[in-house]
Design a protein around this ligand. Sequence first.
Ligand code: ATP
Ligand code: MG
Length: 207
Amino acid sequence: MKNSFRIFTRLGGVRYYAAFGSKDLKIDGVKDVIAVASGKGGVGKSTTAVNLAVALASKCQLKVGLLDADVYGPSVPMMMKIDQKPEVTKDMKMVPIENYGVKCMSMGFLVPSSSPVVWRGPMVMSALRKMSREVDWGNLDILVIDMPPGTGDAQLTTTQTLQLSGALIVSTPQDVALIDARKGITMFSKVQVPVCSFLAQIISSMV
Ligand SMILES: Nc1ncnc2c1ncn2[C@@H]1O[C@H](COP(=O)(O)OP(=O)(O)OP(=O)(O)O)[C@@H](O)[C@H]1O
Ligand SMILES: [Mg+2]
């Protein structure tokens, strides 16, 4: 107990939570959860998450889900060419919408693209919980999470409340992007999530 307390005070409650409550964090039927993240915005997280999910489904024949955790700026509806609302099962779970062999869930399915989501942190956290746990994912080999930029509430909630198998950090090679990418790596290491890949994108033309 003394040791547990020491870990708690040294590294903060985040790590304590991740280390001791992780067995309860699994989503039923989902084998592995991978977060595609970066501290910086606009570096290609969503592009990477979408391509990774589609490639895992089509080339590796895996059962794949894609959760768009970017509540304020969801990209998955457009990138996955989905323009419909999810149905709800009898036990009040949302049914993910499938395209390119990937089951997708996004705030963009629920809110018109022209309406900004003007929510405070607790509402975002509640939405993230609903979009991950109150969804009828079925059996998935892997759930890819397209994370929002930064290392704030939404990122911490996702890493604390889902049992992540690993994180893939995306950055561009510029110093300003790498500084924030390092912050992202530090956040994941604090909650004991292994960073399994680092992808440095060279975005040559932003047209
Ligand atoms: N490898 C690439 N080469 C060229 N353009 C790219 C590449 N990857 C992403 N882009 C483009 O860069 C822009 C930003 O990409 P994307 O939306 O995936 O970034 P993001 O990190 O998810 O952004 P945000 O932080 O706003 O969610 C998009 O226009 C996308 O098409
Ligand atoms: Mg994005």
